[in-house]
Design a protein around this ligand. Structure first.
Ligand SMILES: [Fe+2]
Length: 423
């Protein structure tokens, strides 16, 4: 039995914040501390892949999703390219052809295979990708156990980015295999024991944010991606944010009121997408004998009306908010409320769409070199999501974190909370 069932592969409950996961302030210069966290992060990738067969790991169900095998190899290439090749003169690449296969979008790092064709790469096979990972792991471990102070200051920050990068792909591994399984008529379960995290409890009221100037963006000395900086001041409110996420039950009410058949509720691009893709419900919902079922990592089951709605696009979230007579919060409003501890289920359940377009913060500058391509070149035509999801790995969430997707995307664990004007 390869598809789940083995309890050792069960997903861990998500951490709501990243404190306690990464080397603390006193150990950030310690190669030994980074070696230990390197092993933890790399093992999490393998744990997520373990329930999946070689056939599962090669499939690419759409251009936006990547095969599990590719995620495992690409995250490995990242360390090979940006840590080993750059800082270990004696390092020998496992296979020089892998740079072409497993570079994602780094133009400065050289040519690469076409993204929509990743599912056609059956060689190297799953076993060899495992050997590739072991080869790079051995080289990184050797580097960290022998590194001199002279280059540690150059290597450790890049290694740290590589670990956060691998965590991003760990989330994609789950969302991409869920998308692939959702196209399988037998509705296979990734893990039959998978469960939504217990809710934080409902407080059916609003968090009031009076008008004021607040600092948003990353203000810590810990890790963040460049798109979270610089911290800057923003005028907030007056506004109020729902403490709770929108639920499946509320979404059913929207559907029963013609939510998917009333163009006046929708943005023009959203309505065109709905018509083109024949949307009738959130992605992964299926109507069987007049009842709605949802497909997720544990397979197909009746919709639980008390759980947060998931797998909705920005267009759907915006239409729902308009139907409810409300709107979506801006990312700054979300951040100020979350910093104050006023939002239930801000982390670890579903990413929350905001009405903020993904763009640079004032005075933003991407880092120099190929890693400057990490975030900056995507700052157009996408919308910001805040928080984190049930698929986000331990230690990855931050209150200043800016996730971003195109407004029609809905294969991630994406939901919403509402905003309103004060009464
Ligand atoms: Fe990547």
């Amino acid at each position: 039995m390869r598809l789940g069932g083995d309890r050792k592969h069960r997903l861990q409950a998500p951490l709501r914040q990243c404190e306690g996961f990464w080397p603390d302030r006193n150990h950030r210069d310690s190669p030994q501390a980074w070696l230990e966290i390197y092993r933890v992060v790399r093992a999490e990738t393998e744990r997520r892949a373990a329930p999946l067969s070689p056939e599962d790991q090669v499939v690419q169900s759409m251009p936006d999703a990547s095969p599990i095998k590719w995620h495992r190899a690409h995250t490995t290439w990242f360390f090979e390219q940006f840590v080993l090749a750059s800082h270990v003169p004696s390092y020998r690449a496992y296979d020089p052809r892998f740079a072409f296969l497993f570079n994602s979008y780094y133009v400065a790092a050289g040519p690469r295979h076409a993204r929509p064709k990743r599912g056609l790469v059956t060689r190297p096979d799953v076993a060899e990708v495992g050997q590739y990972r072991a080869h790079v792991d051995a080289a990184v471990e050797k580097l960290l156990t022998s590194i001199g102070a002279r280059i540690a200051g150059d290597v450790l920050p890049v290694l740290e980015i590589g670990l956060h990068h691998e965590q991003q792909h760990q989330e994609l591994m789950l969302t991409d295999i869920l998308h692939a399984f959702s196209d399988n008529p037998t509705a296979p379960a990734y893990d039959p024991d998978w469960r939504w995290p217990p809710g934080a409890g409902r407080r059916d009221d609003w968090c009031e944010l009076p008008e004021g100037i607040h600092t948003v963006g990353n203000q810590t000395h810990g890790f963040c991606f460049d798109n979270e900086t610089p911290a800057h001041r923003a005028l907030i409110g007056p506004v109020r944010l729902a403490r709770n996420l929108v639920t499946n039950g509320e979404w059913l009410a929207f559907m029963r009121d013609g939510g998917y058949s009333r163009p006046e509720l929708w943005l023009s691009d959203g309505w065109a997408t709905l018509m083109g893709e024949a949307w009738l419900a959130p992605r992964n919902w299926r109507e069987i004998d007049g009842n709605w079922y949802g497909f997720t990592l544990n397979g197909l089951s009746p919709i639980n009306e008390s759980l947060p709605v998931s797998h909705v696009s920005y267009y759907e979230a915006d239409a729902f908010a308009r139907w409810a007579g409300k709107h979506l919060p801006s990312e700054s409003e979300w951040e100020v409320a979350a910093r104050a501890g006023e939002l239930e289920d801000a982390f670890g359940v579903v990413w929350q769409w905001t009405r903020s377009a993904y763009g640079p913060y004032p005075a933003y500058r991407p880092v120099a070199g190929a890693l400057g391509e990490y975030n900056g070149k995507f700052m157009v035509n996408q919308m910001v999501l805040r928080g984190s999801s049930v698929a986000t790995p331990p230690g990855h969430a931050r209150v200043s974190y800016r996730n971003f997707f195109y407004p029609a995307a809905r294969w991630q664990f994406t939901g919403l909370r509402l905003a309103d004007f004060p009464t």
